[in-house]
Design a protein around this ligand. Sequence first.
Ligand code: KIV
Ligand code: ZN
Length: 391
Amino acid sequence: MSKERIHIFDTTLRDGEQVPGCKLNTEQKLLIAKRLDHLGVDVIEAGFPISSPGDFNSVKEISKLVQNATVCGLTRANRKDIEAAAEALKPAKRPRIHTGIGTSDSHIKHKFRSNQEEILERATAAVSYAKKYVEDVEFYAEDAGRTSNEYLARVCEAVIKSGATVLNIPDTTGYCLPHEYGNKIRFLKENVKGIDDVIISCHCHNDLGMATANALSGVLNGARQVECTINGIGERAGNTSLEEIVMILKQHDHLNYTTGVDSTLLTDTSKMVADNMGMFVQANKAIVGTNAFAHSSGIHQDGFIKNRETYEIIAPEDVGVNQSQIILTARSGRAALAYRAKLIGYELTKLQLDQVYKQFLSFADAKKEVLEDDLHRIMEMSREQYGIKMI
Ligand code: KIV
Ligand code: ZN
């Protein structure tokens, strides 16, 4: 059975870049856009053109540069924003305007001091206006996560009639539980006329640590685009992380989904974005953290050395990591010590291993990690005493 394509919409340069301290200049944005295009994402959200002349210029330059992906610009639901986006996107081979408005009671009442009927009109007017400039118009219903399903369905049906090609259902505040978000997508699939002619998109925030789980739940219930960022950066606690959603879909082959992303470029891309944004990745971050392929407890190390798959569900080379690491600490066992000693040229008999292990532990207890130089020193101190052979 052929796999269904899940479109990857990268918003590192828009939702990611709006994070304090992550601001990029045009040159950096171009570098990242080029890399994202090479990585194989389907859509690059390049920025919010009306927000500043710098962002306008970046979207324009990215539009000239990108060869394969659709280039998208964000707008609010008004003519000036849409005109600015249309202008900035003019050089793009595949331009998309991403327009929308808040649809939850809270947004309608407090942000817009409006009512549902007026918001519905503004939404359709924005989509119709954007359609004058580009064929591909994505509509976002901001705070869809806290919008009643019935009203959301009315808005979606109306914007489809106005020509929207993609419907973005953002869980803007990261509040939804995965099954709730999935049910919302299913509800739209079952209750909106014309829904099968458009792509439903998940845009999930990570305020409760559920952004990736929610996006996956959206996909399992009918969404075919995921909005995400490299390293999961984005407003507040961030967005669905691109590397996580891509690898979930890849590793769970039985789900029968595929993406256009070349997963072997994920680690390098993560580093490049982190370096340019000055936003470093936590060591235990799934897929791209420095500990993602590091084994440090004796039990895990022993299992891993016997067979990698006992403790690894992803082959490191599949995400561009050279090899997994066996970290030596006071929690490491003999198997790890023998393995690492062999890597630097020392072959230990069982008796020699017992002898060196005692010395190793007293050293390791005094340090967080026993590094390669430390190991050399331990082995050299023991070599003559125990008659250890070099390989
Ligand atoms: O989180 C959100 O709702 C957004 C929209 C502007 C798409 O980022
Ligand atoms: Zn967002």
